[in-house]
Design a protein around this ligand. Structure first.
Ligand SMILES: Cc1ncc(COP(=O)(O)O)c(C=O)c1O
Length: 388
């Protein structure tokens, strides 16, 4: 087939999507041997005990397909944990699926519920994982900015965007990239919306559920009985157990929604990696691990911030997640893409420019830094920030 024929016939279904910023900034970081606080992954090891468990399950022969919903002990463990933490009862037989990361859970949830012409409300800034699945479903994203500078939900504005075609509202708390979290009032407002509009569902991305600071509490959408009946609640074992590369997450949803979810999941991946699922099921029985995460990550954030106190960077308060946003408005007028690239090249520190999380590339002069890093990495980064 000639090149031109391929060009004529291979019509992109995602024409606006190229290599994402996380890969771009990580590549730039590598090229310039920069400290990489760009992509959201830990640079420290997961628990040796967890790795040992995987090894044992592999040696014991647990190397074949897991069931479609996931390994039974993990599904049941997750049901127990969700009831204990959020008072939400999910039936392990019909309402839980283990997925290939929260990424697959988001893709599967979106493609299973959306039809052509449906509208999806996406509060922005927003993580990039939702939009492609919306576009592939021929649905329409409706972007609604979070308030600036505190990045909270503007419910009046959200309400003003609801039409007869609105199918889904995306909620992400704790929020990437801003670190803001849902309040009790947010949950009340969202509940009122789904009560008023029976066609509206919720996708609640809660991958940072255990990373909440300053004694605050994560409010899971599952803990609200009205919202629970209309929501896909999505989590990530990768974030909770410092194993983002294992690609394990999950989705909780009422049986009717989960039936459709499983139809897509079945032909997307069938089921994710089996021995890791067995290992996490055992490891999850020790709640100390996830209970220690708020302090563990808050210490990292506090260390990082205490070492840039004298710098020209302005801190945007964050209540959770792997991320800390910093404003450079006292340092430069450059746009955030240029500035992030320049400090990677010239100072050896990689971050993510926050404008990439907006469809219209709103530039608040903010960069996002990942604090899920070793102490030495954070200190190196802080030292560079003080020089900028
Ligand atoms: C808000 C949010 N949702 C989903 C994901 C994807 O999680 P996973 O690595 O489990 O696919 C991430 C990863 O960075 C994230 O930040």
């Amino acid at each position: 087939m000639s090149e031109t024929l391929i060009e004529q016939t291979m019509i992109s279904k995602l024409p606006n999507i190229g290599v994402n910023i996380f890969s771009t900034m990580s590549a730039l970081a590598q090229q310039h041997k920069a400290v990489n606080l760009a992509q959201g992954f830990p640079d420290f090891s997961p628990s040796a005990e967890l790795i040992q468990l995987v090894h044992e399950y592999m040696l014991k022969g647990f190397n074949q397909y897991a069931p479609l919903a996931g390994v039974r002990s993990l599904v049941e463990g997750l049901a127990e944990k969700t009831e204990k933490l959020y008072g939400a009862v999910y039936n392990p037989d019909t309402e839980i699926t283990i997925t290939c990361g929260a990424t697959e859970a988001c893709y599967t949830a979106l493609t299973s519920i959306l039809h052509a012409g449906d509208e999806v409300i996406i509060p922005e800034p927003s993580f990039d994982v939702y939009l492609p699945a919306i576009e592939l479903s021929k649905a329409k994203p409706v972007f609604v900015p979070l308030t600036f500078p505190d990045f909270s939900y503007d419910w009046e504005l959200i309400r003003s965007k609801i039409t007869t075609r609105t199918k889904l509202i995306i909620i992400n708390s704790p929020h990437n990239p801003t670190g803001s979290i849902l309040t009790e009032n947010d949950v009340v407002q969202l509940q009122k919306i789904v009560e008023e509009y029976p066609n509206v569902y919720v996708l609640s991305d809660e991958v940072y559920e255990h990373i909440v600071f300053d004694g605050k509490k994560h409010l899971s959408i599952s803990s609200n009985p009205v919202l629970k009946e209309r929501a896909f609640v999505i989590g990530s074992f990768g974030k909770t157990y410092h194993v983002t590369g294992w690609r394990l997450g999950y989705c909780l949803a009422p049986a009717k929604m989960m039936t459709e979810f499983k139809k897509v999941h079945q032909y997307n991946t069938f089921s994710p990696v089996a021995p890791m699922q067995f290992a996490i099921a055992d490891f999850m029985k020790k709640p100390e691990q996830y209970e220690s995460l708020p302090v563990f990550f808050q210490n990292k954030r506090d260390l990082f911030l205490s070492h840039i106190r004298e710098s020209r960077w302005e801190v945007v308060p964050a209540s959770g997640t792997y991320f800390q946003m910093l404003s450079y408005k006292n340092i430069s007028d450059e746009n955030d893409l240029e500035f992030a690239a320049r400090i990677t090249r010239e100072f050896g520190l990689a971050s993510i420019p926050v404008s990439v999380f907006y469809n219209d590339k709103t530039d608040h002069k903010l960069l996002r830094f990942c604090i899920a890093k070793k102490e030495e990495t954070l200190l190196k980064a802080a030292e560079i920030l003080c020089r900028i």
